[in-house]
Ligand binder design. Sequence first.
Ligand code: SF4
Ligand code: SF4
Length: 297
Amino acid sequence: EKPLGREEVVKLLREAASSGIKYINYTGGDPLIRRDISEILEETVDLGIDASIFTNLTLLNRDTASKISRLGIEVMTSLDGPREIYERVKGQGTWEKFLRGIDELKRRNIPFHVNITVSKMNYERVGDAIILANDLGADSISIIPSMAFGRALETKSFIGREEFLESVIRADRVAEEIGIRVSVWCSPFLRALRGLRNLYYSDCREFKELDISPGGKALICDVMGIEVADLMEDGIKGAWRKLNENELYLKAKELPVECLGCGACRGGCYARAFNYWGRLPSIDPLCPYIIKLPPRT
Ligand code: SF4
Ligand code: SF4
């Protein structure tokens, strides 16, 4: 997919500002790969929209870090664990670049969030990853289950239910030990579990947000990658309307029959559910309440 050019991005940003959009998170891939990212961030903030950027930091140079600092943009990054795990996931030689990026942030007092993707490669070390993120100076920390899409599917490193629950219990214990709270992304079903006092959750069904691909397509969640509109043709309001009229998206918002009488969430992650069962509405395969999980369809 060809990424939108700068003019097209600016056009969308202006429409976003006039439509009352309050916040944009630039994610990827890695948005720092764009040569014009500094200008795009500047335009965003000038239009009165709060912005954050999700980057692995390897491409963060001094100029961009200074601009991020001046614009007051929040940075989010990812950490898989200590060096040996990080490089096993991200590749040889990436650890030093990551640390250099952290250094650029800290030198300028730029607040940063660390997200830990929990996969088969690191679920037993999730506690170490949390401690490390805290020691590096992260202002906030989250964990997210690796999902059976893209590279995680190719390498079969996506997390299973028992492994994820094990890692969540570890995360809670470590968070308690070091006196922090850790958010768990894309796992609203954890609300059903008692005793995880140091974790907190959100549910994307409660957000009013639009996921946009680098090429300007509106998606039903960026993880699913199903296109519902073209921002260049439909505009932001048109894309929002198309998303909310999309049959699959409407089904994603329905309560799965398996969840009747539970009420802890609205069925968990619908991207994972659709990927696993091939239909919606259906229950998140990571939900601990499923008695016996049949094989993936
Ligand atoms: S559908 Fe799933 S992956 Fe997408 S934002 Fe919601 S919880 Fe996360
Ligand atoms: S049974 Fe359904 S509603 Fe209850 S926690 Fe699991 S996914 Fe959420």
